[in-house]
Design a protein around this ligand. Structure first.
Ligand code: SF4
Length: 209
C-alpha cells in the first residue's frame, strides 16, 4: 500500500484537471439503475448534504476509514456524531468501520510541518481512497468515492485525480465529485445550525491539531 500511495503523490498535471462537478453530473445523468456506492465519509457535519443528495442515485454504504483522526477519542466522537446523523436520515445506509491504525500518524511524519493542503494531505487522501477502493473492489461495489471535496480545505483536484488513478476497467468506478461547487459546504453549515452535530476545529491528524 505504501508504494502505491507514494506513486499517487506525483503532482497532477494541470492540463489534465477537469471541472469535476460537470464530470459528476454527466456520470449521474448516465445512470440507468441505482448502483451500489462505497462512500468514504470523514465526519457527520461534512456528510449532511452529500449523503442527502447521493442517496437518491445510489445504494450507499459508508466506509469510515479515518485513522488520520487523532487522538482515538476524537475519532470515536466524530463517528458517534455521524451515527447520530444516519439515524435521522430516512435511508438504509450501512456503515463499515475498518480498524483504527494507531501508526497512521507516522505515515505522515515526513510532511509534518507542511501547510495543510499539500503533500501530507495528498498522502493522507491517497491512503484513505486506496483503502476504500480495495474494500469496494473486494465487495463488488460498482462505484467508490469520498465526500471530502465538500470542504474548502480539501483540494478537489487531488482527490479526483487520485480516484481516477485508482479506477480500473474491471473494478469499481470512481464517482467524481466537487461538492463545494454544488454549494455543499454552505448547505452543510445551514443544515447543521438545525441538526447541531459536533463540529471539530481541526482536520484530524496530529499535525493539523
Ligand atoms: S490535515 Fe487532514 S487531510 Fe491533511 S494530513 Fe492531516 S488529517 Fe490528513
Amino acid at each position: 500500500m505504501k508504494n502505491i500511495a507514494s506513486s499517487l503523490l506525483a503532482t497532477p498535471c494541470l492540463s489534465t484537471m477537469n471541472n469535476y462537478f460537470k464530470v459528476h453530473q454527466k456520470q449521474i445523468q448516465e445512470l440507468s439503475y441505482r448502483p451500489r456506492l462505497l462512500l468514504h465519509v470523514c465526519c457527520g457535519p461534512c456528510s449532511l448534504y452529500p449523503l442527502y443528495y447521493l442517496k437518491k442515485y445510489f445504494r450507499i454504504t459508508i466506509y469510515y476509514t479515518n485513522s488520520n483522526i487523532y487522538p482515538l477519542e476524537e475519532y470515536d466522537h466524530r463517528l458517534k456524531e455521524l451515527e447520530r446523523y444516519l439515524q435521522m436520515l430516512d435511508a438504509p445506509i450501512e456503515l463499515i468501520i475498518p480498524s483504527y491504525d494507531r501508526d497512521y500518524q507516522k505515515k505522515l511524519a515526513a510532511y509534518a510541518f507542511e501547510k495543510e493542503g499539500f503533500r501530507r494531505c495528498v498522502k493522507c487522501y491517497s491512503y484513505r481512497l486506496l483503502d476504500a477502493y480495495d474494500y469496494a473492489r473486494k465487495h463488488d461495489f460498482a462505484y467508490f468515492s469520498t465526500i471530502m471535496s465538500v470542504s474548502r480545505h480539501k483540494n478537489s483536484n487531488y482527490l479526483n485525480y487520485i480516484g481516477a488513478k485508482l479506477s480500473k476497467a474491471d473494478g469499481p468506478k470512481f464517482l467524481f465529485a466537487d461538492f463545494k461547487k454544488a454549494n455543499g459546504e454552505v448547505i452543510n453549515k445551514k443544515c447543521n445550525q438545525i441538526i447541531d452535530l459536533y463540529e471539530q476545529d481541526y482536520c484530524g491528524c496530529l499535525y493539523s491539531k
